[in-house]
Structure formats: structure tokens, C-alpha cells
Write a protein that binds this ligand. Structure first.
Ligand code: SF4
Length: 202
């Protein structure tokens, strides 16, 4: 049976972002914050107007110190936008950056459910509950740098393989291109109108 990754007392902080009206215009963030505060292992839940802005990040840092948080959940936008921001934020507050989890209340909820206040709020709660559940299993991670050999094997000498080999070669990789047929070019050899010079399939 899977168990939580740590034996220490879990103290999770949940930070719900309004994103102005981007989220708060479609989701009842006050209710989601109130509800999140009552989830098991949640030590505090805070609603921010703009969590990525300095005041929002400072609220996270202050709460980590005040509530002795050892896990953080930020319910805001896509991790593609601000995951590095919040990893740095919790690191600056003394937490391992990988003890931070996100819920995407904007792209996955408010933006796709405009006008459905109750439904979007319910879904936002589910997304936050999922992030809190994942946060329970987070473990501190250490980053490391490893040397890689700049050699690449490209399998298939069609137009995609040739292009990939050329691009990688231009980036300084030593490329080996493997083709099972006697000549490279693949289907290009049959497309005399598209590749009239046939120079790709010699
Ligand atoms: S953290 Fe994301 S959702 Fe929140 S204010 Fe910044 S951009 Fe908007």
C-alpha cells in the first residue's frame, strides 16, 4: 500500500489566486479558500489577488514561517507559466522547491467554464483537493548536473529524419543517420512535383 512520503506532520498551505477577474470572475474563490482550509493536513488557506506578484509571493513566504508549512499548494494558472516562479518563492522561504504543487484554476477551470459559477466553483474545489492530495506525497528533491555525450542516432532517412539530422548537426551534435533502404529520401523519391530535383533521394 502506498503511504505518504514523510513521517513528519504534514502542514500544507493552500494559496488561491483570483488572477484579478480571470479566476475570481468565474469561480467563488472566497468559498474555495474557506473550503480548502478545512481539508485534512491543511494548516492555512489564503486567497491572493495576484499570487505571482510580489505581495502574493510575500504572503506565501510569511505563511510558511508563521504556520511552519512544509508543503505548499498554489491554485492559480498553468504550471507552464509560473511553476518556476513558485518553486523559487518557496526556496527563498527555506523550503525545498519540490515541496510545491499547483492546481490550474484558470486554464482548466475559469476560462473553460465562464458563466457556470456553481459548476466552476465545484470543479475548482476538486482541482484543489487533487493538488492537496498530491502534495501529501511530495518528497524533497535535489537537482544534479550530468554530462551527456553529444552524439545522436536518427533512425529513418525520410524527410523527417534528414531534417532532424541536419538540425541536430547544426546544433553541434555528431549525428548518425540510419536508413534500412539502399537510398535515403523515403517517400520524397515518389514526389517529383514537390521535390523535382530528386536530390533528397540519392
Ligand atoms: S499566478 Fe497565474 S493566475 Fe495568479 S495572477 Fe499570476 S498569472 Fe494570474
Amino acid at each position: 500500500m502506498t503511504t505518504e512520503a514523510t513521517s513528519e506532520e504534514l502542514r500544507i498551505g493552500v494559496f488561491i489566486c483570483d488572477c484579478g477577474l480571470n479566476i475570481a470572475g468565474a469561480v467563488d474563490c472566497v468559498e474555495v479558500t474557506r473550503w480548502a482550509a478545512e481539508l485534512p493536513d491543511v494548516a492555512c488557506a489564503v486567497q491572493n489577488k495576484y499570487t505571482c506578484a510580489d505581495p502574493g509571493q510575500n504572503e506565501i513566504k510569511n505563511a510558511i514561517a508563521e504556520h511552519r508549512l512544509n508543503r505548499v499548494v498554489v491554485a492559480s494558472c498553468s504550471p507552464r507559466q509560473h511553476e518556476p516562479t513558485f518553486r523559487t518563492c518557496v526556496l527563498e522561504a527555506g523550503l525545498n522547491p519540490y515541496l510545491m504543487e499547483m492546481a490550474n484554476l484558470r486554464e482548466h477551470c475559469s476560462w473553460v467554464h465562464p458563466g457556470d459559477w456553481d459548476g466552476a466553483t465545484l470543479k475548482a474545489k476538486d482541482l484543489v483537493a487533487g493538488a492537496v492530495a498530491r502534495a501529501r506525497f511530495l518528497e524533497p528533491q535535489e537537482e544534479m548536473t550530468v554530462q551527456v555525450t553529444k552524439r545522436v542516432l536518427v533512425i529513418g532517412g525520410g524527410v523527417t529524419g534528414i531534417e532532424a539530422a541536419l538540425e541536430l548537426g547544426n546544433q553541434g551534435h555528431q549525428v548518425t543517420l540510419v536508413e534500412r533502404e539502399p537510398s535515403i529520401g523515403g517517400i520524397m523519391a515518389q514526389l517529383d512535383k514537390t521535390y523535382p530535383t530528386m536530390d533528397c533521394s540519392i
